[in-house]
Design a protein around this ligand. Structure first.
Ligand code: ADP
Ligand code: MG
Length: 570
């Protein structure tokens, strides 16, 4: 055993630790769920690694999680005999928060705290998933001892969660990881906070971790012996270990689904929607998927964490399985358990796998149809969905041709019809004027800007509804989606918009001819003078109060898109 060396937490980790410790006022119990969840992941990884690598020198005979409370020392130890961590891994995984968006997260959390918004900060933390660091909500010192399977030396990590941690090499560490919490003294005051009490631990595990697929064993003082002294330690498995997704839906309670969601998603909030589905027959699988109630911070960042874990016949194969769902549904969390895949699949071979492709297709359809029915059955919940994930979903309009119509059907857009309420395309169509043949839209940076656009004048005057598209992705999909349900989409800023054609244009024609004559010389002069900047100058029927506006050609890129391309360096 070497000398302990002291290291400093990375600045962001330190900041986060402080915020976490001081932000969570209720439900500290979940620290235990986080530690059990990590232990369970470590056992999953060891089983898989030993299946794939027969040379790995690891003991897989009795994989389990042990909870060892010590009321006298006021400690609680969570131990697993899973994969463990090397010294480098400890530094990387425990000493650092290497997640993208950490700085942004810390900033928002600080804001919520300054506004004394306890609920808001708890939701933020849950959304980020601080995992291991939640230990410091209940402990003023945490000791982690770990040895990676196949390695001989172990590592001891210890910290008070303030600024520094120590590392030490240990010669005799058992395989796997133990985390010992030195519980905060104030917790003794309140019986509910006594995390060394058997019934407390039992309750928390039953509530939060019952479905963990490995035995969670509670170490207990054995009953008093004959002579009144005997305190032999015994253990008892306190979780049911049932894989939730394999159980019949009718047997599963709402709470069980919620807890399972929190386990797989690393989210502390409840899910917005649960999708439990299975396929039987030639190709069998079970899927338990969830739509979160909040978008993660990194939804639009490169390398954002993906949410679906792949199992084969209950054996964990990989997390963040990107082959199961398309990019635009990257926010969906959960597990998919396939019966007929090989345990040796890799990320690379998965993409080519026909069964995976089949599952992919069915799962996408299932998710989209779930959102579609959410829209009709529960408008408020759908509203949350759209607010959080709409921007991502619209990316699907560009990549998923097969489901384009369904995606359009679950989209919502701002419109001149209502100042606040968004509209579906279907509702837009139901409001179309007699003779109106297009779904009109205008893209740009903000609603205010679009409303003040000169392009809007004639449409407003004629009472024609216009969709106001302000997301950057809108600029892109409108270029490739030409119609919805047989009705073409038309930008009001592009090409010739034949507004008169939309009503009776008879007397307009004569008037127009006269105007063309009157203004002919002016137009020629304008076109000549501005020839550097415009292609042509023409009379317009789209303006009512502004004297002039600039319109794009049918196939020109819009100003916003031009800006986007420029920003991307193209
Ligand atoms: P998350 O579980 O969301 O990744 P955590 O903060 O809970 O975040 O854990 C960080 C990382 O530390 C884990 O991803 C894992 O690699 C490692 N880790 C934590 N606990 C254990 C454990 N008991 N055994 C092995 N590795 C662990
Ligand atoms: Mg974790």
């Amino acid at each position: 055993t070497s000398q302990a060396e002291t290291y400093e937490f990375q600045a962001e980790s330190r900041q986060l630790l402080q915020l976490v410790v001081h932000s969570i006022y209720s439900n500290k119990d979940i620290f235990l769920r986080e530690l059990i969840s990590n232990a369970s992941d470590a056992l999953d990884k060891l089983r898989l690694e030993s299946l794939r690598d027969s040379a790995l020198e690891a003991d897989t005979t009795d994989l389990h999680i042990a909870l060892e409370p010590d009321p006298e020392q006021r400690t609680l130890t969570v131990r697993d005999n899973g994969i463990g961590m090397s010294r480098d891994e400890v530094v990387k995984l425990i000493g650092t928060i290497a997640k993208s968006g950490t700085a942004e997260f810390a900033r928002k959390l600080k804001e919520a705290r300054q506004a004394q918004d306890a609920e808001g900060s708890a939701a933020l933390i849950g959304n980020f998933g601080v995992g291991f660091y939640s230990s410091f909500m209940v402990a003023d010192k945490v000791t982690l001892v770990t040895r990676r399977a196949g390695e001989t030396e172990g590592t001891r990590w210890e910290s008070d969660g303030k600024g520094t941690y120590t590392l030490q090499t240990v010669a005799d560490a058992p395989q796997g990881t133990s985390v010992t919490l030195h519980l905060k003294p104030e917790d003794t005051e309140d019986r509910l906070w006594d995390y060394t009490a058997e019934h407390r631990i039992r309750d928390i595990v039953r509530q939060h971790s019952d479905f963990i697929p490995w035995p969670v064993r509670l170490a207990k003082e054995g009953g008093t012996g004959e002579d009144g002294s005997g305190t032999e330690r015994t253990t008892e498995t306190i979780n049911s270990m049932k894989a939730l997704w394999a159980r019949p839906q009718d047997d599963i309670t709402e709470d069980e689904y919620k807890e399972f969601y929190k386990h797989v998603s690393h989210d502390w909030n409840d899910p917005l929607e649960t999708i439990h589905t299975r396929a039987e027959g030639t190709f069998e699988y079970q899927a338990l998927l969830f739509i979160p109630s909040r978008a993660p911070f990194d939804l639009f960042q490169q390398g954002a964490r993906r949410g679906v874990n792949l199992y084969v016949k209950r054996v964990f194969i990989m997390d963040e399985c990107e082959s199961l769902l398309p990019d635009y549904l990257r926010f969906v969390k959960g597990v998919v358990d396939a019966q007929d895949l090989s345990l040796n699949v890799s990320r690379e071979t998965l993409q080519q796998d026909r069964q995976i492709q089949l599952m992919h297709r069915r799962l996408v359809k299932k998710i989209l149809s779930t959102v579609k029915s959410m829209r009709t059955k529960d408008a408020e919940r759908y509203g949350t969905f759209w607010e959080q994930f709409g921007r991502a979903v619209k990316e699907g309009l560009l990549s998923d041709f097969e489901n384009r119509e369904t995606i359009l059907d679950i989209c919502s857009f701002a419109s001149t019809h209502d100042d606040e309420q968004l509209t579906s395309l279907r509702d837009y169509k139901s409001r179309m004027k007699e003779g109106q043949e297009h779904i009109y839209y205008l893209t740009g940076e903000s609603r205010a800007r679009l409303e003040n656009s000169p392009h809007m004048e004639a449409f407003r005057a004629k009472g024609l509804e216009v969709l106001l598209l302000t997301d950057p992705v809108d600029e892109v999909w409108v270029e490739s989606v030409r119609e919805f349900d047989g009705t073409p989409l038309q930008s009001i800023a592009k090409g010739q918009v034949d507004l008169d054609g939309e009503e009776d244009g008879k007397e307009g024609d004569a008037e127009r001819e006269q105007q063309e004559k009157d203004y002919g010389p002016l137009l020629t002069w304008l076109a000549g003078t501005l020839s550097e900047d415009v292609k042509e100058a023409r009379l317009s029927t789209r303006l009512t109060t502004s004297p002039a506006c600039i319109v794009g050609d049918e196939h020109d890129v819009t100003p916003t898109l031009e800006k986007m391309y420029r920003a991307m360096g193209q």
